[in-house]
Design a protein. Structure first.
Length: 131
């Protein structure tokens, strides 16, 4: 069984989708090296729903539609890294509260995130670590 995947190079998008669909026990996935994805929602929908840790830092293709697909596909995430995702909408912070198992959320290098934005989510995630 494959439990953890971290890409250091490139992989064909369709091959990656097929791989992810077969990895039912995958708990860690780092997609951050994959800067050019043609069908990001299709990729997200290929991720096993039991995934616990997902790294999406610095990815230009992460947007609100991708995040919507992620919340539907991976409700059990307990760690999510969105650091450096320039297209991350600060208004989406409250939507992330749908991830009830989330314990660590990384939002480094997001200039639009400030204390007032974080005050929105702190009451929702009392036990969460913000990085």
């Amino acid at each position: 069984y494959l439990y953890s995947v971290h890409f250091s190079g490139s992989i064909a998008e369709e091959a990656l989708k097929r791989l992810l669909k077969k990895c039912e026990r995958l708990w860690f996935l780092d997609l951050s090296p994959l800067k050019e994805i043609q069908d990001p929602i299709g990729l997200i929908q290929s991720i096993p729903s039991k995934l616990l840790v997902l790294n999406l830092h610095d990815l230009p293709w992460v947007n609100e539609a991708v995040l919507d697909a992620l919340l539907d596909q991976c409700p059990n995430l307990n760690q999510l890294d969105l650091s450096g995702v320039e297209s991350f909408p600060t208004t989406y912070l409250t939507e992330l509260s749908r991830l009830r198992m989330l314990e660590k959320l990384s939002l480094n290098r997001l200039p639009d995130i400030d204390e007032s934005n974080l005050n929105i989510i702190v009451p929702v995630w009392r036990a969460m670590v913000l990085d």
